[in-house]
Design a protein around this ligand. Structure first.
Ligand SMILES: Cc1ncc(COP(=O)(O)O)c(C=O)c1O
Length: 288
């Protein structure tokens, strides 16, 4: 466990070297063993907000393999707050829990399951009122911890990278919260590139809406690359699995297959097409 600021590590690898690019890894994955990376940065301000509002419960949302649900369970337990996790898909109700949900439950999270039609309107006033009626008063935190407080928590990530010498800072994009905060913390002249982990998702609009909610303005220094999603959320391919295994063998770092493996693959593919200038420094955030 390293806490914040997280370490910055230069990667010695022939692929960026051949392209004349320095590649740095921002090791946010080392911040905390059970609340790593963007989870730490987004959840801590939300837990503080729950306390300030007098809540003893945090209710949040996620898929059946959600990193965010697990991290919320761990953070809530450490902070002495009750946690409720609303899981996408009511077909999971009454079935044995997968390892990810079982871990969340073992850390004390109460699980609820929501059918996919209701899920689409999960943050509507009506659906939220129903959840609070069933589970009691709570601070309601959206999927991924990506609300204004969570995004503001990610500004420090950008600030930590402002002095890194990186011309371009890359991250993976699920909800857009990390990119929204990170981009706002960078120094003038630095750019952020988010690699979409989801297919056909309106991630530009979502990231922009998060910046507007958190800061009242969109910063012009970021864009999203949609060429490296490998089939979309939770999807992977044998090529991606082999890529991550090879990376682990070379560098001893296990990449999250759903997110950072896709982003790093996108960066290395971009080296071949000249997307990153020879002589430039590129940093990738490992967020969990
Ligand atoms: C390991 C990891 N990396 C990246 C992301 C994407 O972050 P965001 O949802 O803020 O776009 C997530 C999402 O939850 C994640 O778990």
């Amino acid at each position: 466990m390293s806490g914040v600021p997280s370490p910055l590590q230069e990667l010695t690898d022939d692929r960026p070297a051949v392209a004349g690019v320095r590649l740095l890894l921002k090791r946010d994955d080392l911040i905390h063993p059970t609340v790593p990376g963007n989870k730490w940065r987004k959840l801590l301000p939300n837990l503080a907000e729950a306390r300030a509002a007098g809540h003893d419960t945090v209710l949040t949302f996620g898929g059946a393999y959600s990193n965010h649900l697990r991290a919320t369970a761990a953070a809530g337990r450490a902070a002495g707050l009750r946690t409720v996790g609303v899981v996408r898909g009511d077909e999971l109700r009454g079935r044995p829990l997968n390892a990810s949900l079982a871990q969340a439950a073992a850390w004390g999270m109460e699980l609820d399951f929501m059918d996919r039609a209701t899920w689409r309107a999960r943050m509507s006033a009506e659906v939220v009122a129903g959840l609070l009626h069933r589970h009691g008063p709570a601070l309601v935190v959206p999927e991924g911890g990506s609300n204004a407080a969570g995004v503001r928590g990610c500004v420090a990530l950008g600030r930590e990278l402002a002095e890194s010498g990186a011309d371009v800072v890359c991250c993976s994009v699920g909800t857009g919260g990390t990119l929204a905060g990170l981009a706002s913390g960078l120094a003038p002249g630095q750019r952020a590139v988010g690699f979409a982990a989801l297919k056909h998702a309106p991630l530009e609009a979502e990231t922009e809406a998060l910046q507007l909610a958190a800061f009242g303005r969109r910063t012009p220094n970021w864009r999203i690359d949609h060429g490296s999603h490998f089939g979309g959320y939770g999807r992977t391919t044998p090529e991606l699995v082999a890529f991550a295994a090879d990376f682990e063998e070379r560098h001893g770092i296990r990449l999250d297959l759903g997110y950072e493996a896709k982003a790093l693959h996108g960066i290395l593919a971009g080296l071949g097409t000249g997307a990153f200038r020879r002589g430039s420094t590129v940093a990738l955030v490992l967020a969990g």
